[in-house]
Design a protein around this ligand. Structure first.
Ligand code: ZN
Length: 72
């Protein structure tokens, strides 16, 4: 299970693994594309302690989750 905060409804949602659409491993973080049970759309969440330092560099990649799948 995974706890996310929906950026649309601002509610905390407990999400099952089957709702994770993709997991993309980057050098600086891991990007999770999650189907949101609250609003129904897919949100991308990032994990990893180096994320804050690499935010600027990773922003462009995070905006294209579909393209990242081809490299998974
Ligand atoms: Zn949502």
């Amino acid at each position: 299970m995974l706890l996310i905060t929906c950026p649309v409804t601002r509610t905390d949602e407990l999400v099952a693994e089957r709702r994770i659409r993709s997991v993309v491993n980057h050098p600086t973080h891991i990007a999770l594309a999650v189907e949101c049970p609250s609003c129904g759309s897919v949100h991308v969440y990032r994990t990893g302690r180096r994320w804050e330092a690499a935010r600027a560099a990773a922003a462009g990649q995070a905006a294209r989750p579909a393209a990242e799948l081809t490299h998974a």
